[in-house]
Design a protein around this ligand. Structure first.
Ligand code: SF4
Ligand code: SF4
Length: 270
């Protein structure tokens, strides 16, 4: 079959909301209403890509914080069943790490290939420090030697903002390959577009862009050109290419402990 395009990975939200409150969250999760998604919000679009000859290797389940989903194991299992040959990855901030939660998520860990942990200073502190959090991850790895566990430090953040005075970037930025899938059937080209469906407090520039989105309800014939276009219409005003990283900072005084309490209550009720 002719392949129109090849996409290394596709990101999709299990939920929009998050227990953390990072300043400059590109997903706008601290501003997002609570919303859980069903596999059926995404599977028809992934099948459309597959049937249309568009290859992809990996599905990243992200958010928001995916472990706030009431049935993350069932959510992941649907993608595993639909695409048994794809790499299936969950990306989390790890607030939930504990021996009790390891036991509760056995089914999930059996369905996915990898867990990626973004290590934020406030979540690491809540675990007793970065070393203590890494020790918990070590115990998880002992229980699941076949599960790939990746850690990414988030002590620094690259804020993405828009400014009329920015010089157009000559080369693709680090986010240019972050292909997302929105539940309305649009693919997104970079991380700033991933929050477009959230609607609440979105950055206006991505919403107005034509290049950031590809509608899977239409003809797939132009998808390769869409995937490789550079720069995008919105890039000329984006500070991502030139801005220096800032130290991570909470955008609000406290995390959403109500979301965390709900997660741990669900764990106890099992
Ligand atoms: S952990 Fe921080 S950066 Fe990640 S989704 Fe939550 S608020 Fe956004
Ligand atoms: S430079 Fe363009 S691709 Fe990169 S983050 Fe900004 S808008 Fe997205």
């Amino acid at each position: 079959m002719k392949r129109f395009a090849h996409i290394p990975w596709i990101e999709l939200h299990a939920v929009d909301h998050c227990n953390n409150v990072c300043r400059d969250c590109n997903q706008r999760s601290p501003h997002s209403a609570r919303r859980d998604y069903a596999p059926g919000d995404y599977l028809p679009w992934l099948k459309r890509l597959d049937a249309g000859g568009v290859g992809f290797d990996q599905i990243n389940i992200t958010g928001g914080e995916p472990f706030l989903h009431p049935d993350l194991a069932g959510f992941a299992a649907a993608f595993r069943g639909g695409f048994p040959d794809k790499n299936l990855v969950v990306i989390s901030n790890g607030f939930w790490l504990s021996d009790e939660s390891f036991a509760a998520h056995e089914k999930l860990f059996g369905a996915i290939n990898a867990l990626v942990f973004s290590i934020y200073p406030n979540i690491a502190h809540a675990h007793g420090g970065r070393a203590a959090m890494l020790a918990k991850l070590g115990r998880l790895k002992e229980r699941h030697p076949g599960l790939e566990i990746i850690t990414v430090g988030r002590a620094e953040f690259y804020p993405i903002r828009f400014d009329a005075s920015v010089t157009p970037p000559a080369e693709p930025c680090r986010w240019a390959d972050c292909t997302g899938l929105l539940p309305d059937g649009r693919l997104t080209r970079c991380t700033v577009a991933a929050n477009a469906h959230v609607g609440q407090d979105c950055l206006p520039e991505p919403l107005a862009s034509r290049d950031l989105y590809f509608d899977l309800r239409g003809d797939l014939g132009e998808i390769a050109a869409w995937r490789t276009k550079w720069p995008l219409d919105v890039c000329s005003r984006c500070t991502a290419k030139t801005a220096a990283p800032l130290p991570w900072k909470a955008g609000a005084a406290t995390r959403r402990l109500d979301y965390e309490t709900e997660y741990f209550d669900r764990l106890k009720a099992r």
